[in-house]
Ligand binder design. Structure first.
Ligand code: CO8
Length: 260
């Protein structure tokens, strides 16, 4: 199988660009998450890598979020394994010592939004057709506490409350207004702007930036670390409920019918 992730590390700048290339929509399957975690781990251990830019090789989509097929009609064991991989991806990204920038060159709902807000800075293509947000409630599911915490840390309590209860997806301009993304640029400049921005982040001494990042994020990370097993049990019992499975099926049918 061809790799779903392509990493280019520029050894002169210390910046890696990680491209997600899992058509059609970079949905986060167990395989994809595993590959993502392996790559994040490798870069984290590589002392020559100080900055990471995450982007998509697909046009129009950054990531469609968690692969709904991984949550539909699967055994409890498999659901547990999947959820552990979702946790792992977030722990690695949110806790990374690297400076991380999401170069959001397409839509980024749910888990795609989680990846984006897991980074230190977000640059999005200035295209009102692209949306980003934690829309879980729209699928009849509930964003876990650590998704919520990451959102609160990014946009503040009130905006997070509105956005989560209504399952809002924000167009790029609206996302900028609430601070869900930091900057909008023309589509063809997303990556180059991320590179320019990264050089500013890397001008700050690493150790000071890293300790500060940890000071800001440690509490949120520790909360999941100390509740990891309970969070898996909770996810598995929730997602395998008949009523939730029915909601997911209806949502999948809606996604397919929208195309026709
Ligand atoms: N998982 C699986 N398949 C998907 C997903 C997904 N997340 N998203 C899209 N697909 C499929 C579509 O069904 C379609 O399949 P097919 O070709 O067989 O019909 C194919 O991918 C292409 O999709 P579109 O035609 O819709 O592509 P577009 O380019 O028109 O749109 C979008 C791209 C905007 C990304 C659109 O596909 C979309 O909105 N997708 C749904 C996104 C979404 O709602 N994701 C939520 C996932 S849930 C999550 O991430 C967090 C869950 C937390 C669980 C907590 C429980 C306790």
């Amino acid at each position: 199988t061809s790799p779903k992730i392509k990493v280019d590390l520029d050894s002169s700048t210390g910046v890696a660009v990680l491209r997600m290339q899992s058509p059609p929509v970079n949905s986060l399957s167990l395989d994809f998450l595993t590959e993502l975690c392996i790559n994040l781990e490798k870069l984290e251990m590589d002392r020559s890598c100080r900055g990471l830019i995450i982007t998509s090789s697909l046009s129009k989509v950054f990531s469609a979020g968690l692969d709904i097929m991984e949550m539909y009609g699967k055994s409890p064991e498999r659901c547990g394994e999947f959820w552990k991989a979702v946790q792992e991806m977030w722990l690695k990204l949110y806790g990374s010592n690297m400076a991380t920038i999401a170069a959001i060159n397409g839509s980024s709902p749910a888990g795609g939004c989680l990846m984006s807000i897991g980074c230190d800075y977000r640059i999005m293509a200035d295209n009102p057709r692209y949306s980003i947000g934690l829309n879980e409630t729209q699928l009849g599911i509930v964003a876990p506490f650590w998704f919520k915490d990451t959102l609160v840390n990014t946009v503040g309590n009130r905006a997070a409350e509105l956005s989560l209860e209504l399952g809002l997806l924000y167009s790029a301009p609206d996302a900028l207004k609430i601070g869900l993304v930091d900057q909008l640029v023309p589509e063809d400049q997303v990556l180059s702007t991320a590179q320019d921005t990264m050089s500013k982040w890397l001008a700050v001494p690493d150790h000071a930036r890293q300790i500060t990042k940890s000071m800001m994020r440690k509490q949120t990370i520790d909360k999941l670390l100390s509740n990891r097993e309970a969070d898996i049990t909770n996810f598995v019992s929730f997602i395998t409920k008949d009523s939730i499975q029915r909601s997911l099926r209806m949502y999948l049918e809606m996604l397919k019918s929208r195309k026709a």
